[in-house]
Design a protein around this ligand. Structure first.
Ligand code: ADP
Ligand code: NA
Length: 350
């Protein structure tokens, strides 16, 4: 059996928001206990949608600062920068040759991000999930905490791993690098493990504060739609006060949130921030109006986020500490990725 190895990444594009925090970073922090974790700022991915970035380095530092400020231990675990480890791109090329066009054509995020003029989307945006598979599997990671929007990409990662394992089965058997895994009930001698997505908690998909049917996103033009990790108390308060709700108050049962996406979203956010279930939140606030619930949510959000914001500001005011963390992480990540690529070269026959 493989040791549980956790990998995930965040793009250095735009402000980190509450969706990134609750869907991803907070879970990164929780998973540190008892696992081996590798957390990456995925700057190569940042080129897929927009080629030129004037603030790539400061955005990269700010994601790393958010990791550290949220409580990730960069000495016990690894925090690093994707482009500093060329093995990611190298393995992505191999995976480009493993993945089938038919698989890629099913990716809904490509369709969303490419928009109407698909002919003008970059080849990188199309191949993004193949690079993501390489990010994970170049460490032979087994568990990947992500938001719900990444589920399909993780299924593709498993398909790529499976095809590689099967197509190269006889080559893998000639080396000592294989592992025995079970897929369904079938024993398979494999090189790559089947990654398990870790999607869950009360807020795997945080929605826009202005429209409960859209996910909270960096690319939403309305700043009122999201709470940014760097927002101060006033901004948090204003955005939650202006958050869309419906005329009904809070129900005491989950069923009462049905077809009320905005109400459901605020309850889910409260639950995630308080480390409670949504049932517990409704037991506390059921029967109350949003005029009571929103101030409680503001207090909670400020209480949870302001220490992180403060620490991020401190780390960003003198970047030498963050730069040293990344340098150290880059070196350790490179050493591990190098082992995988050496073994793969032997398996492939280069
Ligand atoms: P974005 O999706 O905003 O462009 P990233 O792709 O860098 O940001 O995502 C970083 C992590 O945050 C991923 O694990 C993603 O699934 C998660 N995430 C992004 N938006 C949300 C959201 N609204 N709710 C929950 N998780 C989210
Ligand atoms: Na995303």
């Amino acid at each position: 059996e493989f040791k549980k190895l956790v990998f995930s990444g965040v793009q250095p594009t735009g402000n980190l928001h509450l969706g990134n925090y609750l869907g991803a970073i907070r879970r990164f922090v929780q998973l540190q206990d008892g696992n081996d974790c590798i957390y990456c700022v995925v700057d190569l991915h940042a080129l897929t949608a927009q080629l030129v970035h004037d603030d790539m380095l400061s955005q990269t530092r700010s994601i790393a600062a958010a990791f550290i400020a949220s409580g990730i231990d960069a000495e016990k675990h690894i925090v690093f920068n994707q482009s500093a480890v060329p093995q990611h791109a190298e393995l992505a090329w191999i995976f480009n040759c493993v993945a089938r066009l038919g698989w890629m054509n099913r990716m809904t995020q490509f369709k969303d991000k490419a928009g109407k003029d698909r002919e003008q989307a970059s080849l990188g945006l199309y191949a993004y999930p193949s690079l993501m598979a390489a990010d994970i599997l170049v460490y032979r990671a087994t568990h990947v905490p992500v938001g719900e929007d990444q589920k399909q990409h993780l299924e593709l990662t498993r398909d790529i791993a499976m095809k590689f394992n099967l197509d190269y089965a006889s080559h893998i058997r000639k080396t000592n690098y294989g592992i025995d895994i079970t897929v369904g009930d079938e024993p398979v001698h494999a090189y790559f493990p089947m990654v398990e997505p870790l999607i869950g908690g009360p807020a795997p998909r945080v929605m826009s504060l202005r429209d409960g049917t859209k996910k909270m996103s960096k690319s939403d033009p309305s700043d009122l739609s999201r709470i940014n990790l760097m927002d101060d108390e006033d901004a948090i308060s204003r955005k939650i006060r202006k958050a869309k709700t419906d005329p009904d108050g809070l129900p005491s049962e989950i069923a009462g949130l049905e077809n009320r996406p905005e109400a459901e979203n605020l309850v889910s956010i409260y639950a995630a921030l308080a480390d409670k279930t949504r049932e517990q939140v409704l037991a506390e606030f059921g029967g109350q109006q949003f005029s009571v619930f929103k101030p409680a949510l503001i207090d909670l959000a400020v209480q949870v986020l302001s220490p992180i914001t403060g620490e991020m500001r401190r780390l960003m005011s003198d970047t030498s500490h963050i730069d040293a963390i990344l340098r150290n992480g880059n070196e350790r990540a490179r050493a591990r990725a190098d082992v995988t690529m050496r073994e793969l070269r032997e398996i492939i026959g280069f």
